[in-house]
Design a protein around this ligand. Structure first.
Ligand SMILES: *Cc1c(COP(=O)(O)O)cnc(C)c1O
Length: 392
C-alpha cells in the first residue's frame, strides 16, 4: 500500500473504532416529509426543509422559469460576469424581511461565514464565540487569525466577563452566535446580547440558518418576541426553510458594500445559479403571505415534546439526548426499522457524551406520524418516565 492509501485507511479505522464513521445511504426525498431510504419508504424527521418549500409548486415553477430564461449556471463570479438581476431582487427582498438596509448573497451559508468573519476581524482582532455555535462560525474565526475566546452556551455573564477582561486590548471585537442553535433548537438571547455588545463596542453577528421562515414571524431570531433586536450582522442560509441553496448577510449599506469588496468566498467563487435565486424569491413570497405555514413546524414540534414530556420547543429542532455514540446509532437504526428516519448526531458535531437523535419537524408532517414517533421513542426507553410524569 502506498503512503496515501495507508494514511486514509488508518484514519478511517480509528474513526470506525470510535463509532464515528459516517456513511451516505442513498435517500430520495418525496413530497412532504416522506423519503425512500435504500428502497424503503420512510417518514423523515431529519430534514431542515421546515416549510417543505423545496417541493412547493410556485417555488419549483420559478426555478424552472429561471432556467428557461437564463440557463443553469452563473458563468463566473458576480464581480467578473456581472451581477444577475435576480440576485439584485433577492438581496433587496432579504434586506426588507430582516429590517436591514442591504444584503449580500453568497453561494452557501458555509461560504458566507468563512468569508464574512475574516473580513471583519483579522490578526489582532478579538472574536467571542458561543461554545455550541455552528462549525462554520468556528472555521471563519480560525481563518481570520483573530484571537478567539469561547463563551459558555448562552451565558451572558461569561460573555460580559470575557469582554471586560479582553475587549480593551483589541481594536475590534466580533461576537458570533447561532440565532437558533442547530443541534439543540434553543434560541440565543439576542436582545440582551445586543445590549451587552453595544456596551463594549463589540459587533454582534447572528447565524440564523434555522430561524428564517420559522421564528419571529418568519423574520428570524432577531424578531423573536415581537421587538426587533439591534443585531448589525444578520447572517443566514437559503438552504433550510427557504428550501433551496445559498447564504446571505443582511447589514448596513456600508458594511455590505465592504464585505462584497473583501470576503474571499464572495469574490473568488462563482455566483449562485439563477434558478436558486428565483426559487428563493418565490419562497420568500410564500413565507410572507402565509402566517399559518410559518407557525406549523413549531406546532408539530410541540405535539412531539408534549407527548414525551420534554420542554416546550423554541424552534422546529428537538434533541433527544442519548449520550454515547453507539447507543445513538442503535436507537436511530431501531427507529429506521419502524419507518422513521431520525439521524443520530455524534461528536464532533455535538459535545462528547451528548450524542443525540436530532428530530426536526416540517409543516407537512402528519400528526399521526409525529405521535407514532413519540411512542416509538418511549418504547425504546430513550426518554425517562420521570420527565414525563413531571409535566403530566
Ligand atoms: C446549515 C448551517 C449553516 C450552513 O449553511 P449552508 O447553506 O448549508 O452552507 C450555517 N450555520 C448554521 C447554524 C447551520 O445550521
Amino acid at each position: 500500500m502506498d503512503s496515501l492509501e495507508r494514511f486514509a485507511a488508518e484514519k478511517l479505522a480509528r474513526i470506525r473504532a470510535a463509532g464515528l464513521y459516517r456513511a451516505l445511504p442513498v435517500t430520495a426525498r418525496l413530497a412532504g416529509a416522506d423519503a425512500v431510504r435504500d428502497g424503503v419508504r420512510v417518514v423523515s424527521f431529519s430534514c431542515n426543509d421546515y416549510l417543505n418549500l423545496s417541493q412547493h409548486p410556485a417555488v419549483k415553477a420559478a426555478a424552472q422559469a429561471a432556467i428557461d430564461a437564463y440557463g443553469v449556471g452563473a458563468g463566473a463570479s458576480r464581480l467578473v460576469t456581472g451581477n444577475h438581476p435576480l440576485l439584485v431582487e433577492l438581496e433587496a427582498r432579504l434586506a426588507r424581511l430582516k429590517g436591514a438596509e442591504s444584503a449580500v448573497v453568497f453561494g452557501s451559508g458555509y461560504l458566507a461565514n468563512i468569508g464574512i468573519i475574516p473580513s471583519l476581524a483579522g490578526r489582532g482582532g478579538l472574536i467571542l464565540i458561543d461554545e455550541l455555535a455552528h462549525n462554520c462560525l468556528f472555521m471563519g474565526a480560525k481563518l481570520s487569525g483573530a484571537d478567539t475566546l469561547v463563551f459558555r452556551h448562552n451565558d451572558l455573564a461569561h460573555l460580559g466577563e470575557l469582554l471586560g477582561q479582553h475587549r480593551a486590548r483589541h481594536p475590534v471585537a466580533l461576537i458570533l452566535t447561532d440565532g437558533v442553535f442547530s443541534m439543540d433548537g434553543d434560541l440565543a438571547p439576542v436582545h440582551d446580547m445586543a445590549a451587552l455588545a453595544a456596551v463594549h463596542d463589540a459587533w454582534l453577528m447572528t447565524d440564523d440558518a434555522h430561524g428564517l421562515g420559522v421564528v419571529g414571524e418568519g423574520r428570524g431570531s432577531s424578531f423573536a418576541g415581537g421587538v426587533k433586536a439591534a443585531v448589525p450582522l444578520q447572517m443566514g442560509t437559503l438552504s433550510k426553510a427557504i428550501g433551496g441553496y445559498g447564504g446571505y448577510l443582511c447589514a448596513s449599506h456600508t458594511v455590505v458594500d465592504y464585505v462584497r469588496n473583501r470576503a474571499r468566498s464572495f469574490i473568488f467563487t462563482t455566483g449562485l445559479p439563477p434558478a436558486s435565486a428565483a426559487a428563493a424569491i418565490a419562497a420568500l413570497d410564500v413565507i410572507e403571505a402565509d402566517p399559518g405555514l410559518r407557525a406549523a413546524p413549531i406546532a408539530k414540534a410541540r405535539l412531539f415534546t408534549r407527548a414525551l414530556g420534554l420542554p416546550e420547543p423554541e424552534s422546529p429542532i428537538v434533541p433527544v439526548i442519548v449520550g454515547g455514540a453507539a447507543e445513538t446509532l442503535a436507537a436511530s437504526a431501531a427507529l429506521l426499522d419502524q419507518g422513521f428516519l431520525v439521524t443520530g448526531i455524534r461528536p464532533p458535531s455535538v459535545p462528547e457524551g451528548t450524542a443525540r437523535l436530532r428530530v426536526t419537524f416540517t409543516a407537512q408532517h402528519r400528526d399521526e406520524d409525529v405521535r407514532a414517533l413519540a411512542d416509538a421513542i418511549i418504547a425504546l426507553g430513550l426518554v425517562q418516565p420521570t420527565a414525563r410524569a413531571e409535566t403530566a
